[in-house]
Design a protein around this ligand. Structure first.
Ligand code: UDX
Length: 475
């Protein structure tokens, strides 16, 4: 099928490449000419495992082309996927729909009768109806155009696999024609028995924000438990393992630590809260404010523990930060908990040195203050404290004894509960975590045996930190 994908960020670039890969004739569109040049040359403008191959293959075979012209898009196809960003508004927690509106406004005068516009971006419930009404006033007289919503659930780091083999497809449509068109687009997935849920646009829009709200709630639930664990000497990792064995609960998304970030979860729960307020049902999702607050609190707790490890004062201390991206296997630093902590510590006067396997360019652009290094050893040299903030596999493979030899003092905060604390303790490190007792070596006991001491989280951890401002700023 001939189709266009408008907006070639994380979502659109992956969608365009994957749609070409399953046989469609795809034109990708973006206002960013530099991005379009890179994509047309088969180069992804961001780090996403596997995307380079799919992109290069389909640019080479001619099924995937790119342009900056919406007029060209309307000439190429009658089916247009809209994948532009819907960031948080600068002046409120609501979603900023200016890019979606701009696409519709630019496309409308060129659309042919019977065109179908399929939104994939995450939007407030009611957007499909609003856009349908808006388009009616913009298209040529006698032209009928339909809008449908087909939310995307891809995870960064797994974007290609999530697009080619999704858990489910959701189509919010108002006609049998739109439903049939989407079934044709996704025919290979349907043949592979991917569940396809055909529903009204409002339900489809809500599925996406409800799914992300649930995931965010699950993470904040376990982080709330981590706070209770810290007050009692209990271990949140064992707690998560134990409750996760209950198949009704499940272990996934129960990893306690620095909390969630990225371009979706934080902004989506805030936009949902704002939209629910507009609809007069704010009370129904008021718990999402608490979910957000628990999440931001983990960053403050990490800063407080770092200060404690540094001897009560961050100013003048050298702090090594391992990880800048919002999660591993991504170069994305949008609303990154790791970068928010690095920013707060930098503002408190520490000399911050940051390492990240893929995200340093983006991190430096978002937070120019700290020094960025390409080698863990250089970043950790003479450090007073090491903070493990994003759980890249490379950090799990570090040799704690070798690293102890380069730092000024072997003190570690594992804010992702991902390192083997016993190994680090055995190599002489003072190890702290979020929601786990502090392990201390026990002389005379078997290797691996340890005495555990409840963590004392310093009293000032509830004080707001400036990093919250950073965390809320759209990229
Ligand atoms: C998320 C949704 O998973 C995806 O379905 C949606 O389309 C977009 O938003 P993504 O932003 O790529 O995807 O990240 P995800 O893997 O969901 O992780 C989100 C954040 O939660 C990360 O910062 C991660 O570190 C954190 N997280 C995740 C935890 O803190 N604990 C967990 O147990 C899981």
């Amino acid at each position: 099928m001939r189709l266009t994908v408008i907006g070639t960020g994380y979502l659109g670039a992956v969608h365009a490449a994957c749609m070409a890969d399953i046989g469609h004739d795809v034109l990708g569109v973006d206002v960013d000419a530099e991005k379009i040049r890179a994509l047309a040359a088969g180069r992804p403008p961001f780090f996403e495992p596997g995307l380079d191959e799919v992109l290069a293959r389909n640019v080479a075979n001619g099924r995937l082309r790119f342009t900056t012209s919406l007029r060209e898009a309307a000439v190429h196809a009658d089916l247009h996927f809209v994948c532009v960003g819907t960031p948080q508004r600068p002046d409120s927690t609501a979603a900023d729909l200016r890019h979606v509106d701009a696409v519709l406004d630019g496309l409308a005068p060129h659309l042919r009768d019977g065109s179908l516009i399929v939104g994939k971006s995450t939007v407030p419930v009611g957007t499909t109806d609003r856009l349908t009404a808006r388009l009616a006033g913009l298209v040529a007289a006698g032209t009928t155009v339909e809008v449908a919503w087909n939310p995307e659930f891809l995870r960064e780091g797994f974007a290609v696999q999530d697009t080619l083999r999704p858990d489910r497809l959701v189509a919010g449509v108002t006609s049998a024609y739109a439903d049939a068109a989407l079934r044709s687009v996704y025919a290979p997935m349907l043949a592979a028995h991917v569940p396809y849920i055909s529903t009204d646009p409002a339900t489809a829009e809500l599925v996406k924000v409800a799914a992300n709200s649930f995931l965010a709630t699950k993470i904040s639930f376990i982080n709330a438990m981590a706070e209770v664990c810290d007050a009692t000497g209990a271990d949140v990792v064992t707690l998560a393992d134990a409750i996760g064995h209950d198949t009704r609960i499940g272990r996934r998304f129960l990893s306690a630590g620095l909390g969630f970030g990225g371009g979706c979860l934080p902004k989506d729960i805030r936009a949902f809260t704002a939209r629910a307020d507009e609809l007069g049902v704010g009370h129904a999702v008021s718990f999402l404010r608490e979910v957000d607050e628990i999440n931001l609190r983990q960053r403050r707790r990490a800063v407080a523990i770092a200060r404690d490890l540094a001897g009560g004062e961050l100013a003048g201390r050298r702090i090594a930060v391992l990880g800048a991206t919002f999660k591993p296997d991504s170069d994305d630093v949008r609303d990154s908990p790791a970068l928010a902590v690095a920013a707060a510590i930098h503002r408190a006067g520490a000399e911050v040195r940051v390492h990240d396997p893929e995200g340093t360019d983006n991190a430096r652009a978002a937070l120019p203050g700290p020094l960025y290094g390409t080698e863990v050893t250089d970043v950790c040299r003479d450090a007073d404290v090491v903070l493990h903030l994003t759980e890249w596999a490379q950090y799990r493979a570090l040799d704690p004894a070798a690293l102890a030899a380069v730092v000024r003092a072997p003190r570690l905060l594992d804010a992702r509960n991902a390192l083997d604390a016993d190994r680090w303790v055995a190599a002489g490190w003072d190890v702290r975590a979020l929601g786990r007792p502090v392990p201390a070596p026990v002389p005379g006991l078997l290797p691996g045996s340890r005495l555990t001491i409840p963590q004392s989280v310093p009293a000032d951890w509830t004080a707001p930190i400036e990093a919250d401002v950073l965390s809320r700023a759209p990229k």
